[in-house]
Design a protein around this ligand. Structure first.
Ligand SMILES: Cc1ncc(COP(=O)(O)O)c(C=O)c1O
Length: 302
């Protein structure tokens, strides 16, 4: 059997056993970083989060991540009860406490906090938010092209659970991922409500056709920061790029396909629903975009 791949595959790093974690203003050893079973995040998936990466002592695209976090919190009516600067300070303090300078990944999570009783109503979360930062040493493996399978789980309309929310509850995406895994793939390719190709369960999705880069309109997927950077890089480097509707026919027939996300940057796709995409290896446009993105990170974090 082929090994299961994910887009979040990192080199094993023994130092991660001894990391310190930020929990509500304190920085504590991993074993002590525990939250109540009454926490809104644990009980209901009621919270929002960001995944960030540290390169050369700087958190890449920090403003964009903090903007998205505060925007999501506002949308779900969650008062983070910290200023933007205080959130950034928490990130910096955790980084310093862990002695991390580069190749680290942070999952910054804010939930509606501990509830007074084990029920759904948000008014039962009286004690203020729970803010945590898990920061790990993280060196992504050189990406091996991954296999996708389309699944019956859709990226829904904004009035159900807006796919733009980086919510703690990821059940729709998790069910999609399980279905893909059962179909023998590594990750799920999800369609929108009209049947157009949209995104994967954890990353944004692009195809390359005859030198053009296509991604979905953006209406039903996470407003990925890496997705936007790739679109911007295409525009700056005269690579034709389109945000448009396209179907599985266009996708199976693509020359290349790749995923984007903060963790893996750009991950090539070898196969979708048993059809080999292009050569099955990382294609020249994906390779070029990976190089342009790496140079952008160098500039951003210089
Ligand atoms: C469903 C989904 N799509 C895409 C992304 C990638 O977004 P970004 O490039 O901002 O990491 C994420 C990351 O959180 C995600 O959860």
């Amino acid at each position: 059997m082929t090994d299961q791949l994910t887009t979040h595959q990192a080199e094993e790093d023994a130092r991660n056993e001894a990391i310190l974690i930020y929990l509500n203003g304190k920085i504590v050893p991993k074993a002590q970083a525990v939250v109540s079973v009454y926490d809104s995040g644990f009980m209901l998936g009621d919270g929002v989060w960001e995944g960030l990466r540290l390169y050369n002592g700087k958190w890449a695209f920090l403003t964009e991540h903090i903007d998205r976090l505060f925007e999501a919190a506002k949308a779900i009516d969650l008062d983070i009860d910290m200023t933007r600067d205080a959130v950034i300070q928490a990130l910096t303090d955790t980084q310093k406490a862990n002695g991390m300078t580069t190749d680290a990944h942070a999952r910054l999570m804010v939930t509606r906090g501990v509830k007074s009783r084990p029920f759904q109503h948000p008014s039962l979360s009286k004690s203020g938010p729970t803010v945590t930062i898990i920061m790990e040493h993280s060196q992504p493996k050189i990406p091996r092209p991954i296999r996708l399978a389309t699944v019956p789980h859709l990226r829904g309309l904004p009035m159900t659970q807006d796919p733009k929310l980086n919510s703690h509850s990821k059940l729709n995406c998790i069910l999609a991922c399980i279905a893909a895994e059962k179909a023998g793939a590594d990750e799920a390719l999800m369609l929108d409500v009209h049947g157009f190709v949209n995104t994967t369960n954890a990353c944004n999705f692009f195809i390359v056709r005859k030198g053009e880069v296509w991604t979905s309109t953006g209406d039903y997927c996470m407003n990925g920061i890496t997705r936007q950077k790739v679109i911007d890089l295409c525009r700056e480097n005269a690579i034709p790029v389109f945000q448009r509707n396209f179907s599985l026919v266009d996708t199976y027939g693509a020359d290349e396909a790749f995923l984007t996300g903060t963790f893996g940057a750009q991950t090539p796709v070898s196969e979708i629903d048993g059809r080999q995409i292009g050569s099955g290896e990382m294609g020249p446009v994906t390779l070029r975009l990976r190089e342009l993105y790496r140079a952008l990170i160098q500039r951003e974090t210089a």
